[in-house]
Design a protein around this ligand. Structure first.
Ligand code: CO8
Length: 353
């Protein structure tokens, strides 16, 4: 696995453009050299002002850059609020405590939940890091598909119970506890594959259900055991699991807190595929991610968008929505490239536009 450097690497400007920091002493030194014989005092004054101004500007630029990086790493704001930022030349994995970030295959970004002592229990800092890594992959020009996984023993054993235990209603309500979790799926435009081995319970099960494609091992342990803790699923479990397995099964699972296996997950349509071992799971998920990364990014984004719309719209509106996006793709270069390549029996060389 190689560590990934994402985003553009344009250095910050060494000095701001005209008008950014207006100053009486910002005129060209040449001009002042011309008037040097006339008034030496003013030249001296200019040089002092110019130097002070430049130092101030450099310091300001450095502060802005530092603050931008800090914001990028800690914010849990929705993805939509994040525009590509030019200051993104850093190793994504070095500063994370609870996740590992890598690019195991061309075009594939991998996030591995890495809090082994707590079976990857989803504490707030872990979710903040996960959001940050997903945002980086979303804005990266080289990443086309994302793999999210945990360890062999646990994908994630739920939200961090010890963190939640003392939380009051007003704290949870006023701070919109876990609201940013759902941004992962609603804002991410690149395909997300969850590879689940071991426990995927409570919030862990919900996180896996947020992915676009779910793969698991036969022995994976899914469940919504919140009822045993005196609460209910809070990150979409009652909605996504019900859509996946139907009301009767979802009701039974959520009301009893009973677990279900990876094999059952595949049989019930929760998982797209099931694998015998952890190694096969990761390899299978990477292959799928690599296949997706080999297609036109425009078409992949559109495909994900229309499938997701089916979850929100009625059939008639959904079909109409799909047709609109289908029509729109005739405006893309990749539709021309793909169809021409087929007719000429060649491999398509996508432009991603
Ligand atoms: N939160 C915090 N710590 C956890 C969690 C968790 N969810 N799960 C496991 N751990 C910790 C244990 O406390 C233990 O720590 P320590 O060694 O310090 O005592 C360590 O992980 C290992 O766990 P076990 O010793 O219990 O390991 P076992 O192999 O015996 O059991 C189980 C594994 C079955 C997974 C067991 O740990 C378990 O039942 N965990 C709790 C599962 C659960 O109830 N999950 C649902 C949590 S509630 C939830 O997710 C609500 C979602 C609401 C929306 C999202 C909100 C953020």
């Amino acid at each position: 696995m190689t560590t990934i450097h994402v985003g553009n690497s344009s250095p910050p400007p060494s000095s701001p453009g005209p008008g950014l920091i207006p100053h009486a002493c910002s005129a060209s030194p040449d001009l002042f050299l011309k008037i040097f014989p006339i008034d030496f005092f003013f030249l001296l004054l200019f040089l002092v002002c110019h130097r002070v101004n430049k130092q101030t500007m450099n310091a300001t630029t450095a502060i802005l850059r530092r603050n931008a990086l800090r914001t990028l790493r800690t914010s849990s704001a929705p993805l939509s609020r994040f525009q590509p930022i030019s200051i993104r030349n850093y190793s994504a994995s070095t500063n994370y405590e609870y996740i590992l970030v890598s690019e195991p295959r061309p075009g594939v970004g991998q996030i591995t939940l890495n809090r082994p002592k707590a079976l990857n229990a989803l504490c707030t800092p872990l979710i903040t890091e996960l959001n940050s890594a997903l945002r980086d992959f979303q804005t990266s020009s080289t990443i086309s598909a994302i793999l999210l996984t945990g360890s062999e023993r646990a994908f994630a054993a739920g939200a961090d119970i010890k963190e939640m235990a003392p939380l009051t209603f007003s704290e949870a309500y006023q701070n919109s506890f876990i609201e940013s979790w759902s941004d992962l799926t609603t804002q991410l435009k690149k395909p997300l594959i969850a590879a689940v081995s071991g426990h995927a319970l409570g919030g862990g099960c919900e996180l896996a259900l947020m992915a676009d494609i779910l793969y698991c091992t036969a022995t994976a342990n899914f469940g919504q055991p919140e009822i045993k803790l005196g609460t209910i699923p809070g990150a979409g479990g009652s909605q996504r699991l019900t859509r996946a397995v139907g009301k009767a099964k979802a009701m039974e699972l959520i009301l009893t807190g009973k677990s279900f296996s990876g094999e059952e997950a595949e049989k019930w349509g929760v998982a797209a595929r099931v694998f015998k071992s952890h190694e096969e799971l990761i390899e299978g998920a990477l292959k799928t991610a690599e296949t997706i990364a080999g297609y036109s990014k425009v078409a992949v984004q559109a495909a994900k968008e229309v499938v997701n719309k089916s979850q929100d719209l009625g059939l008639r509106d959904g079909v109409e929505y799909e047709r609109r996006v289908f029509h729109a793709l005739f405006g893309s270069q990749d539709q021309k490239i793909g169809m021409k390549a087929f007719a000429e029996k060649k491999k398509a060389d996508w432009s991603h536009s």
